[in-house]
Design a binder for this molecule. Structure first.
Ligand SMILES: O=C[C@H](O)COP(=O)(O)O
Length: 250
């Protein structure tokens, strides 16, 4: 299966970054890697139009509701209308900064699936939860809620909170063990472990991308900071694509 690399611009980016992506990132070998760009809402339509050839476009969040008097919310239907094919949900910055619960996130997942948008469900423990060996319990709760919507996610991003934007990347052992645990938990619920894609996110950059996607069970990357520079992100895509071709040649 192709590796997938997702750029999460968070509350950053501009039309000029879309243009930079167009000239720098849209020349990779699409057969080897799937690339998804998630800009802020106002740039979605522009991104979709400009990057349509090879890059997919995703949103960073969506409303748990379909319509109505919900100022500031953006529905899955509207995301579909501007061409979003993916949507990040449950990012730790929303769980913590916007007090989003797993129940709310599962409602969002349901809205997205109804509009044929693929949810990318983010899960991950804090440093204290890791140190106190409570990470399994935390991940279970975050994954369990996703099943309240009736269908499990086909894309999960494991993002340890302590690795996001810190320059700290967990050891390979931690990443492999945790992603294997996520796969086991979801496989037990859905029986569809093989079609599940699990990404790693947290301080991934052009120097670590190839190693990270080569780890057992890692289907790709969710990238924050390093995706804000089109050249760095382009270098990440290239190194992941090369890794994938190596796999195909073996
Ligand atoms: O969604 C992306 C993650 O939060 C990772 O961010 P980062 O690559 O800046 O650590």
């Amino acid at each position: 299966m192709r590796k997938i690399v997702v750029a999460n611009w968070k509350m950053n980016g501009s039309r000029s970054l879309i243009e930079a992506y167009k000239s720098t990132c849209a020349t990779f070998e699409a057969a080897a890697v799937e690339v998804v760009v998630c800009p802020p809402f106002p740039l979605l339509a522009d991104a979709r139009q400009s990057l349509n050839q090879q890059l997919r476009v995703g949103a960073q969040d969506c409303s748990a509701h379909t319509d109505g008097a919900r100022t500031g919310d953006v529905s899955a239907a509207l995301l579909a209308e501007v061409g979003a094919q993916y949507c990040i949900i449950g990012h730790s910055e929303r769980r913590a900064g916007h007090t989003e619960t797993s129940e709310l996130i599962s409602l969002k997942q349901r809205q997205l699936i109804a509009k044929d948008i693929r949810p990318i469900l983010c899960v991950g423990e804090t440093d204290v939860e890791r140190r106190e060996d409570r990470w399994k319990k935390v991940l279970n709760a975050q994954l369990e809620a996703a099943f309240q919507s009736g269908t499990g996610p086909s894309l999960v991003a494991y993002e340890p909170v302590w690795a996001i934007g810190t320059g700290l990347i967990p050891t390979s052992e931690i990443i492999v063990e945790t992603i294997s645990y996520i796969r086991k938990q979801l496989g037990a619920k859905t029986g569809a472990q093989s079609s599940l894609r699990v990404l790693y996110g947290g301080s991934a950059d052009e120097t670590s991308a190839a190693r990270l996607v080569s780890l057992d069970g890692v289907s790709g990357l969710l990238v924050g900071g390093a995706s804000l520079d089109a050249r760095r992100f382009g270098a990440m895509i290239s190194s992941v694509a090369e890794t994938n071709w190596d796999v195909l040649r073996d």
